[in-house]
Write a protein that binds this ligand. Sequence first.
Ligand SMILES: [Mg+2]
Length: 264
Amino acid sequence: MKLVTLIFSLSTIIISCHGLALDLDHGLSFSIFPLRLKSGLGGHYIPETSCSSWRLGVEAHNIIDWKTVPQECEDYVGNYLLGKQYREDSKAVTEEAYKYAKSLNLVGDGKDIWVFDIDETSLSNLPYYADHGFGVEKYNATAFNEWVDLGTAPALPESLKLYKRLLRLGFNIVFLTGRPDSQKDITLHNLKSVGFTTFQTLIVKDSTEYNGKTAVTYKSSERKKLEKNGYRIVGNIGDQWSDILGTNTGNRTFKLPDPMYYIS
Ligand SMILES: [Mg+2]
């Protein structure tokens, strides 16, 4: 009987070890896999790899102060923005924001606010950038302002959804944008025409007060004013790191994807 038990135990150990070896095989092949990504089966270089690394570096704020999208990444960035990944990445951010917002108990005095940036956060300039190399071309203020002045920028759908949900939860919305005061009226018109109809205020960049100042300085200063006026910045969402860095950033910040341009 003891011999039978011993044989049974031994065979169980052998089967377990074999299973472990199989798992190790899988583990090893998975861990090797990323190291093989740089080249295709024929050993040729896949440019997409470096462009996706570039985008990750940009989104993680490891790559900063860049002026234009690398020329070789134009197709990559264009495909990303026009394909479903941009929408899905945006949704991953806004769903997290909503989960956070839902978990809070608001005071209910109207002072709980959520700060929204505008360009590439609330309104999309993709129609413009699609005609200008998706960020490969050097920024052209004249051409871009002509586009903004049309007031026809579409809403970013996931952001609009978040905005509506936040309103239902009882938040007040504040738009804080680097757009100049000369574009305030058209921006108000554009926001309302695409569904951003209810908000506390729209803050635009005063060209005298903030002449030559960075977005971080300007936005920090305006958020500080809001808090001085008794508002509590519960959430803050933008596509640039300069929307969410600095002071008075809010209790939680959310960064939307934007591989087209960098604003410091
Ligand atoms: Mg923006």
